[in-house]
Design a protein around this ligand. Structure first.
Ligand SMILES: Cc1cc2nc3c(=O)[nH]c(=O)nc-3n(C[C@H](O)[C@H](O)[C@H](O)COP(=O)(O)O)c2cc1C
Length: 193
């Protein structure tokens, strides 16, 4: 169990209202709380950011990027649930991470991510559960300087995976999600400065 509480920022790499990955992210946030951590779920649809363009950046950091940077700075870990688009992470996730990776005021490039922990999950209505994008997402997070937990969770057939209260119908998959959330809570509690 955790020996001190560290905060996990939880979000999905999909903006759509009925996103299966938002459902999975919300469930992950609940499980982190149940397992002794502290989690904040945010919906990236509430923070629309322009497609990254250095000309826009030169004019000033967009307001929603600044908001997201402030939120991320208050957390010591992230749990990201992302669909795969054509076997890759989504443009929303890549764009968000690119904006957050930029230097801003006193924070150097990648400075926001340094020393933070990351866990990745993915849901898809198809049979493969977005499994092709998970290692690519892990690689990107590692490139950004996050410490990425192994064994990301993929959730295939996600359209029928959740019950009415938002839990997973399949107990074994629920246990895998719990194991990942528990690892995140534990490493964050035991490996912070
Ligand atoms: C552009 C695009 C590409 C997609 N490519 C894949 C894919 O490679 N593998 C897959 O399992 N699903 C793919 N899908 C289907 C998504 O998994 C599905 O739309 C899913 O519900 C999106 O996640 P969300 O429910 O969190 O929005 C794709 C969807 C879109 C829009």
């Amino acid at each position: 169990m955790a020996s001190s509480t560290q905060k996990v920022l939880v979000f999905a790499g999909s903006a759509r209202e009925a996103s299966l990955n938002k459902q999975l992210a919300k469930l992950g946030a609940k499980r982190i709380e149940a397992l002794g951590g502290e989690a904040t779920f945010i919906d990236l649809k509430d923070y629309p950011c322009p497609l990254f363009d250095e000309d826009i950046e030169t004019q000033g950091m967009p307001e929603n990027v600044v908001k997201l940077r402030e939120i991320l700075a208050e957390h010591q870990g992230v749990l990201i649930a992302s669909p795969e688009y054509n076997g890759f992470i989504t443009p929303l996730l890549k764009n968000t991470l690119d904006w957050l990776s930029r230097p801003y005021q006193e924070t150097p490039g990648l400075g926001l991510f340094a020393g933070k922990w990351a866990a990745l999950v993915g849901a898809s209505p198809g049979g493969l559960g977005g499994i092709r994008a998970l290692p690519l997402g892990q690689q990107l997070l590692a490139n950004l300087g996050l410490i990425v937990l192994p064994q990301p969770l993929s959730l295939p057939k996600a359209g029928s995976a959740f019950n009415d209260s938002g839990a997973l119908n399949d107990a074994a998959t629920g246990q895998k999600l719990d194991a990942l959330c528990q690892r995140l809570v534990d490493v964050m509690a035991n490996n912070h400065p």
